[in-house]
Every structure is written in C-alpha cells, then in structure tokens.
Ligand binder design. Structure first.
Ligand SMILES: *Cc1c(COP(=O)(O)O)cnc(C)c1O
Length: 362
C-alpha cells in the first residue's frame, strides 16, 4: 500500500485517494482511446463528454438551480477578483464588499483598480477573527453587487448564513468551502472558486452564476476577460485546462458517493468538532484563534501560549508525519486545513498528536 501523509495543506490540498487511484488507472489510456485525456483534442467528443458531465454534476450537486450556468476558467480565484468588476461594475455603480480578512482585501484592492469600491462591513476591529453581523452590512443603492468571502482560509472564519441582499446580486468567493455543505443557490447571483482546495487540482476556476450576470459583458474589455465569451462558447473559446476539469469531474463523482453535500457536511462537522473539542478541552494549552460563532469547518486556526511553542509544535508535527500545520506567514500560529477530502482518520491522528504534545510540554 502507498504511504499517504497526514495532509493538512491549505491549498493545493488533499484529494480523495479513490480519485487519485481512478485517475492513475486511466492516466495512460483513457477508456480505450489509446491516449491520456490530456493528449486529446478539447474539441473531440470524448473530452467534451467529460467537460459537459462535470458541469452537469456540479449543477446537480447544487440542486439543479434554474437559470444558472457553469463556467470553467483559468487564472485562479485571483483572476476573478479582477474579472468580476471588469464585467459587472457599470458606470455610476459601486462594487460593495464585506472585509473579512486577507482574501476579501485582495478582492477589494482589485475592484479599486477598476472602479469605485465600497466596504459594506468590516471585522478589522476584531482582527478579522469573526464574520461581521449580517445586520451591520450596509449596501449602497447603486451597488452593482455585494461580494463576500464565504470562508477566510487564512484567518479560519466562515459564514454560517449569508446576507439577504434583495435585488443586489450576492457574489461569493467560495474557494475554500465550495461543496462542503448544502447551499441554497437561489440566494447567490454568482459563486466562484479556484479548484485546488475542495474541487480538484489547481489550474481550473469554477464559476456558477445566473445566466443574465454572464451574458452582458462590456465589449470594452478583452475578449478573454468577458464572462460572455465563456458562456457563448461553453468554456471552449480557447483551450480549457482539460486534465484539471477531468479531475474535478472525478471529485464530483466522489462527492456523490459520500451522499452528496449532506454527506460531506456531516463528515466535515464531525472532523471539525473533533479538533475544536481537543482545543477547547486542553485547559488553555491550545487556544482557538477565531471567535467561536465564526469558526470555520475547513481551516482550524489555533495557537499555543508562545511563538516558541507554536514553532516547536510545527516542527514536532512534521517529524511525526503531519504536513501543512504551520499557520499562514501573514498571521502565524497554526492551522489545520480539513477540506472535504481530508479523512476523519487524519483528524483523529492529529488530536492524538496534540494530546501527546501537550503531555510532553506542560
Ligand atoms: C486560495 C484562495 C484564493 C486564491 O486562489 P488562487 O486560485 O490561488 O487565485 C482566493 N480566495 C480564497 C478564499 C482562497 O482560499
């Protein structure tokens, strides 16, 4: 058997072993075609079937919401930070954002390069360790959209509910928690995510949006930056990242096998509770970084009583076979990223290690 690490990487992150093994089987000869899916024309029937199947599976997992389309793009979620205002921020409008940490800030900075950006609410005063109260979000009348970051991957905070934005489209960067729980798509104008946390490998970015938000891109922006280009051409205007899309399709099959979004949500709740309980029951040896009601089920951020102990923990965990537990360089501390594909057993092993480390260091 292959030895698999206890992988808590923030992104690219763990993929389901079953998916990797299936891909391995098909790697050299995809379904008797005598070539890898990577070697095929993106205009051929074999690849196009995979492409369309991935779109349909994704919509089906989201409850087949009426009037929504799936696009496959490149350039990561970071490119969406620019594409979104380029496409949707019209004359006389403002782009409205909720500031919750590093990723929301990057989205706001890009919008400012393109037009007028507005902060509808911010948790900066709480060091971005909580999601602002939904009733504190102020959306201007001339807002083109309200943008939120459903899960701040670095701080470890997550929306449990989303604001009701009325007629203003709600647009969500879901890069680090897409398909981790059931979602009522009707509340969103658009969701987007780089694939490498919960959907597959890096290289493809997924956009799911109401068709009318995708159809009317301004002709003044480059063709390849227009949502309408991808919409009209079924994301085949230029060569798509075909292997990454194939992998996304396999991950979506795996999610179906887990019982769909209800199934993965149950597993995610169990995994997160296991680790948060270990933090909360450590008598203060471990401290959760995020405010309790905003705690993320995907990225668990915590600290010990000193930076030296944080470092000692990170080092000892690496020696014990754990990967990726060091916090992001911008905030320090520790972080366990437990996306859909991180097995419960890895979380159990982490909790054992935490108890052992505490016994040896207190
Ligand atoms: C990782 C991440 C991004 C950046 O994604 P890229 O695909 O690297 O551009 C943006 N937003 C969130 C919430 C993320 O977790």
């Amino acid at each position: 058997m292959t030895k698999r690490a206890y992988n808590f990487n923030a992104g690219p992150a763990a993929l389901p072993l079953e998916v990797l093994e299936r891909a391995q089987k098909e790697f050299v000869d995809y379904q008797g075609n005598g070539m890898s899916i990577m070697e095929m024309s993106h205009r051929g029937a074999v690849y196009e079937a995979v492409h369309n199947e991935a779109q349909q599976r994704l919509l089906s997992l989201l409850g087949n919401p009426e009037g929504y389309k799936v696009l496959f793009l490149q350039g990561g979620a970071s490119t969406q930070f620019a594409m979104l205002p380029l496409n949707l921020l019209g004359e006389g409008q403002v782009a409205s954002y909720v500031a919750t940490g590093s990723w929301a800030d990057k989205a706001i900075s890009e919008a400012k390069l393109i037009g007028e950006a507005h902060v509808a609410a911010s948790s900066e005063a709480q060091d971005f360790m909580q999601i602002p109260a939904l009733e504190d979000i102020q959306i201007p009348d001339n807002a083109a959209y309200l943008h939120v970051t459903s899960n701040e991957t670095i701080g470890g905070i997550q929306y449990k509910e989303f604001p009701d934005t009325g007629n203003v489209p709600l647009i969500v960067d879901m890069s680090s928690d897409i398909l981790s729980r059931p979602l009522d798509m009707s509340q969103f104008g658009m969701i987007y995510a780089g694939a490498q946390k919960n959907l597959g490998p890096s290289g493809v970015t997924v956009v799911v949006a109401r068709e009318e938000l995708l159809a009317n891109s301004p002709k003044s922006i480059p063709t390849i930056m227009r949502y309408s280009t991808y919409l009209k051409n079924n994301s085949l205007y230029n060569t798509p990242p075909s292997f990454a899309i194939y992998m996304v399709n396999e991950v979506l099959k795996w999610i179906e096998e887990q019982g769909g979004l209800e199934g993965v949500a149950r597993n995610n709740e169990r995994k997160a509770a296991l680790i948060y309980d270990a933090i909360d029951q450590s008598g203060g040896f471990y401290k959760g970084a995020a405010e309790v009601s905003s705690r993320s089920n995907m990225n668990i951020t915590f600290r010990l009583s000193s930076e030296e102990l944080d470092k000692a923990f990170a080092k000892a965990s690496e020696q014990a076979g754990f990967v990726g537990l060091k916090g992001h360089r911008s905030v320090g501390g520790l972080r366990a990223s437990i996306y859909n594909a991180v097995p419960y057993e890895s979380c159990e092993a982490l909790v054992e290690f935490m108890k052992d480390f505490q016994a040896k260091n207190s």
